[in-house]
Write a protein of this length. Structure first.
Length: 139
């Protein structure tokens, strides 16, 4: 069973961290950078809230960019700060699902993190098609 936990909500989108079996790489990443890189964390959280309010800044590749895959199902995106990358994808109903992140590193580390994001997306779509997503409760 996969679960979603809300990161930010705004007029345009809701952003969620996805997780499975009690773990969420996105939440683990956000928690660790909040302590270890508070300035970068603050920039990223502001970027996420702005995306919730106005949509992702896809026209600004310094803040956000599309990472094309070999098929549309492989396409993921990244929110960026100077040192951080947070990977995500869209779902219907104006949802942005964040999967994992990393400190900017080597090309090999980035490629591995992108592969992990694509795997989370594929797992999410499979779980969704089988009705195995635990959505947050509405207030």
């Amino acid at each position: 069973m996969m679960f979603l936990s809300e990161i930010a909500a705004g007029n345009s989108f809701r952003l969620y961290a996805i997780g499975s079996e009690g773990r969420s790489p996105c939440h683990d990443f956000l928690t660790s950078i909040q302590t270890d890189h508070p300035d970068e964390w603050a920039k990223l959280m502001a970027r996420l809230q702005r995306a919730a309010d106005h949509g992702p800044p896809l026209s600004n590749p310094e803040q956000c960019r599309k990472l094309k895959g070999s098929s549309p199902e492989d396409t993921v995106y990244e929110f960026k700060t100077h040192q951080l990358r947070l990977f995500w994808f869209y779902d219907q109903d104006r949802m942005i699902l964040c999967s994992n992140g990393l400190l900017k590193g080597t090309r090999k580390e980035q490629d591995r993190a992108i592969a992990i994001a694509r795997r989370w997306k594929a797992d999410y779509l499979t779980a969704k098609s089988r009705g195995r997503i635990q959505f947050p409760r509405s207030p």
